[in-house]
Design a protein around this ligand. Structure first.
Ligand code: HEC
Length: 178
């Protein structure tokens, strides 16, 4: 009589029931759990999801890259936002080279013919990726400098903005007198 009431009592207590061995049966399966075992290698011939080449050796090798990101209003807008965050402090918000830092270190203006038509889009992308003499690098450059703050695609958005939005913004700012 006493034994039966102990069993009945145990069945009614969930804390005890959880400790029974079969309560973990569903968890212990033959799969590999997070942090367990080696990470599987990527299958042969895997490609990056975005499909844009990132393996460019240096700025020189970027010179003739074709811009894979079409110039759309959306791309120019993304480029403008990124430009203001990453470039404006040196090159000025509309590319006049009058950013707070730029004035001290001599950042060049980007609204000149030299930038607007004298260099290839690939070269601008390469400058953002690898940096220049003083200018920092925004791509990941294995074993060398580079903050990796901007993705491959984001750098092309910035290029699209410099070539297709910056001059219009500058004109609008001048017209508005500020
Ligand atoms: C810390 C200041 C600084 C920041 C931030 C900066 N730049 Fe520059 N940039 C410079 C300076 C200084 C030069 C000129 C000297 C040199 O080449 O380093 C330059 C040169 C350039 C050139 C001309 C390269 C050439 O071949 O003459 C381009 C294009 C350019 N920057 C674009 C950008 C863009 C786009 C960004 C933002 C992603 C950016 N820069 C951020 C300082 C900066």
């Amino acid at each position: 009589m006493k034994f039966k009431s102990v069993v009945a009592g145990a069945l009614m207590m969930p804390a005890v029931a959880l400790a029974w061995p079969w309560s973990t049966d569903m968890m212990n399966q033959p799969n590999i759990k997070p942090q367990e075992g080696p990470m599987a290698l990527f299958p042969d011939r895997s490609i990056p999801v975005e499909g844009i080449p990132t393996q460019v050796a240096d700025r020189e090798a970027s010179r003739d890259l074709q811009n894979p990101v079409p110039v759309t209003a959306e791309s120019v807008k993304k480029g403008r936002d990124l430009y203001k965050i990453y470039c404006g402090a040196c090159h000025g918000n509309t590319g006049t080279g009058d950013g707070a830092v730029g004035a001290k270190i001599g950042a060049i203006a980007l609204n000149t013919d030299y930038i607007q038509s004298g260099m290839t889009e690939g070269w601008i992308w390469g400058t953002i990726t690898f940096g220049s003499y003083v200018m920092p690098a925004y791509g990941v450059v294995q074993g060398k400098r580079g903050s990796n703050d901007l993705t491959v695609e984001e750098r092309w958005h910035v290029v699209n903005y410099i070539r297709n939005g910056m001059m219009k913004d500058a004109a609008a700012t001048t017209a508005a007198g500020n």
